[in-house]
Design a protein around this ligand. Structure first.
Ligand code: C2E
Ligand code: MG
Ligand code: MG
Ligand code: MG
Length: 281
């Protein structure tokens, strides 16, 4: 059974993927070569400061431009890459490309913002390799560590909390920020949460989805914002799709948002044209 099969994102591909072992195997072999063949592409989704709707960051998401199947979403192939030991290399490519892009934007005098990159638990288990990869990429591009944020899901850090803390400490020592992704969908105990050197909690879309219609969703968002404040963490609401969600989020004092309302993941060129402005002289 696929990891995280409880999540909607995975259900979309289950019928295809598991119906045919052959097909899954074919995908795996093609995925091995996707990076070399230049078929991987990063799309960037804006992270917004809600009070003035200013772009303060971007999250890099890796997509696979498949020659026959078209653009494939990461929720389809990331689990396959994780399962078959391809994620470390893939993840390092993503890190390199995202930092290169953000550094290039800064060099050209565009408003600096933080770049967020997703990392897998497999990358997280090897603290030295990940730390060295991050350090190398930052140096190569002369990019400041605090301009990079690494996202790890709650589910993934809870598979081995002790080793996750060690990795986070190593990365925090470099000056890189850590964010807890899909918060609320895993099962981290609140006592554990305190021990992780996290800068940010990203509230999963499941809770922000109905925030304007469902009092329980609103109560949860409020509680997480309060929790974040008390632990000294920033809070981001994910998956904001409708204008009606904005007022309750503002009322909850949730400072940052991400979602289709403010921008879907888009190519670098489009992100630059639509969302980036030069630093005012
Ligand atoms: P995530 O990091 O939680 O990324 C957010 C996902 O929600 C993205 O899906 C994004 O397109 C989607 N999303 C954003 N705003 C909205 C919205 O308003 N409504 C809805 N319905 N969806 C929204 P995507 O691009 O399919 O990525 C899925 C997951 O794949 C990511 O979840 C992340 O966990 C993983 N992933 C993506 N890129 C990478 C990567 O480079 N490395 C690793 N390890 N995982 C990655
Ligand atoms: Mg993420
Ligand atoms: Mg998320
Ligand atoms: Mg997610």
């Amino acid at each position: 059974q696929a990891k995280g099969a409880g999540k909607n994102v995975h259900l979309r591909f289950l019928p295809d993927m598991e119906a045919s072992v052959t097909r899954r195997f074919a995908m795996l072999n093609e995925l091995r070569n996707a990076q070399e063949l230049g078929q991987l592409v990063l799309l960037y989704q804006p992270i917004i400061q809600l009070r003035d709707r200013r772009v303060i960051g971007a999250e890099a998401l890796v997509y696979w431009d498949h020659p026959r199947h078209g653009r494939i979403t990461p929720s389809t192939f990331i689990p396959v890459a994780e399962e078959h030991g391809l994620i470390e290399q893939l993840g390092e490519w993503v890190l390199e490309e995202a930092v290169r892009q953000s550094a290039a934007w800064r060099t050209r005098g565009l408003m600096p913002m933080r770049m967020a990159v997703n990392v897998s638990s497999a990358q997280f288990r090897d603290a030295n390799r990940l730390r060295n990869a991050v350090d190398r990429v930052l140096r190569r591009h002369g990019y400041p560590a605090d301009g990079l944020e690494l996202e790890i899901t709650e589910r993934q850090i809870m598979t081995d909390p002790a080793s996750s803390i060690a990795t986070m400490v190593a990365l925090s020592d470099l000056g890189v920020a850590m964010a807890l992704d899909d918060f609320g969908t895993g099962y981290s105990s609140l006592s554990h949460l305190r021990e992780f050197p996290l800068r940010k909690l990203k509230i999963d879309r499941a809770f922000t989805d109905q925030i304007d219609r469902d009092p329980a969703g609103l109560a949860i968002v409020r509680a997480v914002v309060e929790l974040g404040r008390n632990l000294g963490m920033q809070v981001v609401a994910e998956g904001v799709e409708r204008e009606a969600q904005v007022a309750p989020l503002l009322a909850s004092e949730c400072a940052q948002v991400q979602g289709f309302l403010f921008g879907a993941p888009m190519p670098a060129s489009e992100f630059e044209r639509r969302l980036l402005r030069p630093i005012p002289a």
